[in-house]
Write a protein that binds this ligand. Structure first.
Ligand code: PGA
Ligand code: ZN
Length: 433
């Protein structure tokens, strides 16, 4: 009943209108599952390879026809006849079939589409929601949302250098309350920008695209928005930043293009440490470039006990890099993106290792997303505790926030929400709480 009988693939489009891949797996009992693959813009160099055709005649080189061909050819031949309940066995077979360390031959997008579709088909065959299939009875924790208010960096043509200005509703007692608080701050932030004539549009993940002369002006505007929404900055609603500093790093130093300022690694970490100390910031992601291990260690020594410090490009959901980070003490949290590594099994292993170290996993979308809500299920299944999906607007973002509401209802009395207590559980004492 759960034997793979057919594997198809299709070139579809992501939230930026770029081609991406969808796979559909059919099982012998008739169950079906789909896997839709997102795509990043500020990608880390250690990510698994996203295979694009590179033909300038089609979609500016971005079509994924070869990846589609790999799914319907080699990959289909390798997994038809296998049991979809054996996710790890199928994922291992896909990794072996590819044969490269970064899934460069078949494409991580091709491989992930099938890995996701296998999970979805197996869940349907078992008559279970995806989170219950992936996590068993133990997956009951609703995530604290990290929600973008302003977008910058590569997602807004570099108008502000910092990529994500987000909020976390630390004062929320339920997931629904966290959404309502974020809605209020998002609306107030629009008012603040209009009042200051700083609203330039909407960035790739749905946050406002502000025009500021200095990055710190955006921080001040965010605090103003939290206050305008009648919340206490830090206590009720805190700031979370994704610096995406790999994009700011060149020739051994960091630069803020908008401010025409250049920094040594030491000077940049000092600046970041100062920001964290002087603003109600609960979480900071990629404040150092992916391979600036010393910068990461300096950051961790200075703020690791008082702020969540997330590695995204730094770890790329890669177990070997996470192990090295745990040994070297470079962070206390790992951003988890399925397509950085390319299979469900490797993603689950990265989450488990993060949790075993006492660190916090943050399940994340990409800037180029789809309407699929797999990551909402992944967050609950693994009790990850946090979910980052972009802003509180646009269908591809809301699909994930809404799916958690459905999961909450399905879980009924078993649903848990611990909110800000997560940080204390990981030994992070936020000074403003
Ligand atoms: P990306 O951005 O999907 O463009 O990499 C998201 C992030 O950096 O967290
Ligand atoms: Zn990031």
């Amino acid at each position: 009943m759960t034997t793979v009988s057919a594997v198809r693939a299709l070139q579809i489009f992501d939230s930026r209108g770029n081609p991406t891949i969808e796979a559909e797996v059919t099982l012998s009992g008739g169950a079906r599952g789909r896997g839709l693959v997102p795509s990043g813009a500020s990608t880390g160099h250690h990510e698994a390879l996203e295979l694009r055709d590179g033909d300038p005649q089609h979609f500016r080189g971005r079509s994924v026809r070869r990846a589609v061909g790999h799914v319907e050819g080699e990959i289909a031949r390798a997994i038809v006849g296998r049991d979809a309940l054996d996710q790890s066995g199928i994922d291992a077979a896909l990794i072996a079939l590819d044969g490269t360390p970064n899934k460069a031959r078949l494409g991580a997008n091709a491989i992930l589409s099938v890995s996701l579709a296998i999970a979805a088909a197996a869940a349907q065959a078992r008559g279970l929601p995806l989170f219950a299939h992936l996590g068993g009875d133990g997956g009951t924790l609703l995530p604290l949302p990290e929600i973008q208010i302003f977008g910058g960096g590569k997602h807004a043509s570099g108008r502000v250098d910092v990529q994500d200005f987000m909020v976390v509703a630390l004062g929320a007692h339920t997931y629904a309350e966290a959404l309502e608080m974020t809605f209020n701050v998002y609306q107030a932030a629009g008012d603040v920008l209009r009042r200051h004539s700083r609203l330039a549009g909407v960035a790739d993940e749905g946050g406002y695209w502000p025009e500021f002369d200095r990055n710190e002006d955006a921080l001040a505007a965010l605090v103003e928005a939290i206050e305008l929404a009648a919340y206490r900055p830090g206590r009720d609603v805190a700031i979370s930043l994704d610096i995406a500093a790999t994009d700011l790093f060149r020739d051994g130093g960091y630069s803020f293009g908008t401010e025409r300022r250049r920094f040594s690694s030491k000077a940049f970490t000092d600046l970041m440490i100062g920001w964290v100390r002087n603003h109600p910031i609960a979480s900071v992601e990629d404040p150092c470039a992916e391979d600036d291990w010393e910068g990461w260690q300096r950051m961790h020594q200075a703020i690791g006990g008082s702020c969540q410090l997330i590695g995204d490009d730094h770890f790329t959901t890669n177990l070997a890099r996470i192990e090295r980070g745990i040994r070297a003490q470079t962070a206390n949290s790992v951003l988890i993106k399925l397509n950085q590594i390319g299979t469900v099994t490797e993603t689950l292993a990265a989450i488990r290792r993060t949790q075993a170290a006492g660190w916090l996993p943050v399940i994340s979308a990409r800037s180029g997303e789809t309407e699929d809500a797999f990551i909402a299920h992944l967050a609950v299944a693994t009790n990850a505790g946090q979910l980052k999906v972009g802003s509180f607007t646009r269908g591809e973002r809301m699909a994930k926030w809404n799916e958690i509401l459905r999961i909450e209802r399905q879980l009924g009395a078993r649903a848990r929400f611990v909110g800000a207590d997560l940080f204390a559980q990981a030994g992070i004492v936020l000074p403003f709480r």
